[in-house]
Design a protein around this ligand. Structure first.
Ligand SMILES: *Cc1c(COP(=O)(O)O)cnc(C)c1O
Length: 425
């Protein structure tokens, strides 16, 4: 494959954009080389500026669960755009998507829309702090909740990839209110509560971690967190920016049957436009401005183009009773195929998967938290990534990322992918 135009575009972008990209993981720093510039996409495929075609296993980091340029979504956006793109007033669309989301997700009465997953998580902890009148939060090493200050502490993927545990610019004052826990280790969480009695506003967690590769919660771990929170008057926040509308209509709450007090959304809920949201019971959500004292706002929040894209996406997901079964089957098929190849090649590996989230770690030890996620052989991963890319398979350019399976993938695409992996080894 030739990447002439991409290389030239990267030179140009690097002159005027820091690192040539608007979000760090796109830069290929973790795997070496220069990023590929994508020109267009359709269904399961990406097409770059040099005319190369790829099977896409990133899918915009999750949103494209039904495939790229999905027609009903594109049509809804196009029709809507003709009527004006932003009013700064309420619109009927916002109520429509809110009502649909509330009907699909368990345990939520009200939802507020924002512009990104970062904003959703940042606002959810402000609300939790205001509601509980406490300042500290517990987060887990390797979990990513967006780039707001409180969360840039052992934050997985982008940050781990670059070996920057904390970002300069985050003050000590902010960092001291974020307590770090070990994923899947309930005793560790309990010890933090013991040491910070009546001070912890919230536990925030990715109910299935997706930013240190895919790491499922151990049996009962989420239930135990629920219990710790209930006992201590602490709110449990599920960051479902990745898992929401991907693992099931109702996300991880539905899959694991555990109730969160607040839930954060992003990615799928925007149908490919910039949307985030956070939601919960009315008694907590009504603590937000203009009803309550906790301030939160946004000029473009609930933007009509973004809402119509998200609404169409949720409608499709809601109407398709077989969607999550198909995603499960396709991803299980891929997992089985990769497993057979890797077993035959005797390469040390672990595959983690929950539904349509899957990751391959090049180490035989189980990957259950951030420490064990770091065991993977990164040099092998780099080679794996670049060799697959040459064959037209586009996986995330970091060993700490999950692959996101789209329903647009055919079994032929999956067979081709498995065949390519075999050739690579
Ligand atoms: C992507 C992600 C975020 C951040 O969302 P942005 O839209 O990138 O700001 C937060 N939490 C999780 C779990 C994510 O995967």
């Amino acid at each position: 494959m030739l990447y002439q135009r991409s290389s030239q575009l990267f030179v140009e972008s690097s002159k005027v954009i820091p690192g040539g990209v608007n979000s760090p993981v796109r830069a290929f720093k973790a795997v070496g080389g220069t990023p590929i510039f994508i020109k267009e996409a359709k269904g399961a495929y990406l097409y770059d500026e040099d005319g190369n075609k790829y099977i896409d296993y990133i899918n915009s980091w999750g949103p494209m669960i039904l495939g790229h340029a999905h027609e009903p979504v594109i049509n809804a956006i196009t029709e809507r755009a003709k009527k004006g793109t932003s009013f700064g007033t309420p619109t009927a669309l916002e109520t429509e998507i809110a009502a649909l989301a509330v009907s699909m997700v368990p345990n939520i009465d009200k939802i507020r829309f924002v512009n990104s997953g970062t904003e959703a998580c940042m606002s959810a902890i402000r609300l939790a702090r205001g509601y509980t009148k406490r300042e500290k939060i517990v987060k887990f090493s390797g979990c990513y909740h967006g780039h707001s200050d409180s969360f840039l502490i052992a934050a997985g993927s982008g940050l781990s990839t670059f070996g920057v545990p904390n970002s300069p610019g985050v003050t000590e004052g902010t960092a001291k209110d974020t307590l770090l826990a070990t994923y899947n280790d309930i005793e560790n969480v309990k010890a933090l509560f013991e040491a910070n009695k009546n001070e912890i506003a919230a536990i925030i967690i990715e109910p299935v971690a997706g930013n240190m590769g895919c790491v499922p919660p151990k049996e009962n771990f989420l239930e135990e967190l629920r219990e710790v929170c209930t006992t201590n008057g602490t709110l449990l926040i599920f960051d479902e920016v990745m898992t929401g509308f991907r693992l099931a209509k109702g996300g991880a709450q539905e899959v694991f049957n555990v109730k969160a007090d607040l839930v954060c959304f992003g990615k799928v809920i925007g149908g490919g436009l910039p949307v985030g949201a956070f939601a919960g019971e009315a008694k907590i959500m009504d603590y937000l401005s203009p009803l309550g004292p906790v301030y939160q706002a946004g000029t473009l929040s609930g933007n009509p183009l973004a809402m119509v894209a998200g609404l169409q996406m949720l409608k499709e997901i809601n109407a398709d009773e077989e969607l999550f079964t198909r995603l499960e089957q396709k991803t299980a098929y891929l997992e089985k195929g990769i497993r057979e190849v890797l077993v035959a090649t005797k390469v040390p590996f672990t595959i983690n998967r929950v539904g349509s989230m899957i990751s391959v770690h090049f180490d035989t030890r189980p990957v259950v938290d951030f420490e064990t996620a770091k065991n993977g052989d990164n040099d092998r991963f780099k080679l794996f990534f670049h060799e697959l890319l040459k064959k037209g398979i586009y996986i995330a350019p970091s060993a700490y990322e999950t692959w996101f399976i789209t329903d647009a993938l055919t079994y032929e695409d999956l067979d081709f992918t498995i065949q390519c992996i075999k050739e690579v080894f």
